[in-house]
Design a protein around this ligand. Sequence first.
Ligand SMILES: Nc1nc2c(ncn2[C@@H]2O[C@H](COP(=O)(O)OP(=O)(O)OP(=O)(O)O)[C@@H](O)[C@H]2O)c(=O)[nH]1
Ligand SMILES: [Mg+2]
Length: 426
Amino acid sequence: MGFFSKVKDILNKNKNKEDLTIEKQTEVESYDKGLEKTRKEFVSKLSILGIKFNKVSDEYFDELEELLINADLGVNTVLNFMDRLRKRVKQENITDTKYLNEVIVDELFIVYVNGESLSDKINLQDKGPTVILMVGVNGVGKTTTIAKLAYKYQNEGKKVMLIGADTFRAGAVTQLNEWADRLGCLFLGSDEKDPASVVYDGLVKAKNEKVDIVFIDTAGRLQNKVNLMNELEKINKVIGMHVDGAPHETLLVIDASTGQNGISQAKAFKKITNITGIVLTKLDGTAKGGIVLAIKEEVNIPVKFIGLGEKMEDLKTFDIENYIYGLFKDLIYYNELFEIYSELLTEKEKETFKGYYFEDLSLSEIAENKDISRAAVSKMVKNVVDKLKYYESIIHKYEIMQIISRSTSLNDIEKIKDNLNNIINL
Ligand SMILES: Nc1nc2c(ncn2[C@@H]2O[C@H](COP(=O)(O)OP(=O)(O)OP(=O)(O)O)[C@@H](O)[C@H]2O)c(=O)[nH]1
Ligand SMILES: [Mg+2]
């Protein structure tokens, strides 16, 4: 099964929620919600491209390449992807851009998974404590990520302790202490001592208290690279002296909205210390969600967690399938819904909906083109969405989605239409 079909399968299962465990449901929903900004930007641009160029051409490929590079997928990833795409288009003799979406989703997945597979598992020790060091520049979300991870592991029944070794920023240790109190986990921190001695004291306490997992918060900002390197070296030495094989993970936190800057941070930290994984935060607040693919290509460190919101539950283990589903859901969902039901809409409704969802026009732009008020356009878009959803619900959407998921190609859309007509005529 191609990846595109797999995405449709997830979509399908998500519709028929009984097939999914509650845990899987909330996970798919979080990815879905957290990647909304990237999806809207990416999918609408892909749709415009498909409308602008009906036929596959060099200009189409050039614009697609530019679109992917602007989405922060990373230059090498994009070039590699474009090569594969061109080959497939030739091999399968695809001339209509409408049939390319499926291939694009498939190939993006292949580009990510190909090559050496990176382990995204956290190196948890059977006999504790597992020591996890968090690093990253200031403001990226280190402290809140520690809180979210503590919450996650406590819920899994682990005894968790937080060590506040960010002695650089005023108030940092207090901030972590407050999180520990709120979550009810152990804590040790001080901004009177140097970070390495705080870590020392913390690990003594962790061993005495038989803690399972220790998270160490570090300073995001030191005056220069040499300082940062020395500091981390000292901390690592103390950790290694106390706990065999520790730190078991050194997680670099990156703010996804910083795009290429985040990639540069990853490259810089990789030179200074042994980074074992990346936590990509604030994916919910950016349209630059393509950075996940660029990190794999350019830094080759696995993304282990992603931040999809500010709530404790919004930190998720990174899962490439959920991620690609989150990105392309609308491409599949709205395109297909529209294809299926557009005949039941008026011309005016069709144009407005297409303008808003597929041509990326703003409500005001559509209002201007049509010489009607912005409020009227907004109402119409909402009405069309409601209508599409209504049609979908009355016409046994689950059965229809099943037909779609079984089909291997969008060519089968004709079959689906026939099927629908049969159902409508019943
Ligand atoms: N929307 C969103 N906000 C996040 C996410 N992760 C962290 N934040 C927010 O980012 C802000 C900074 O987070 P901190 O955890 O204090 O960052 P830090 O890296 O510890 O910062 P310093 O201690 O100053 O170096 C906070 O307001 C967090 O709520 C996320 O995944 N999504
Ligand atoms: Mg902090």
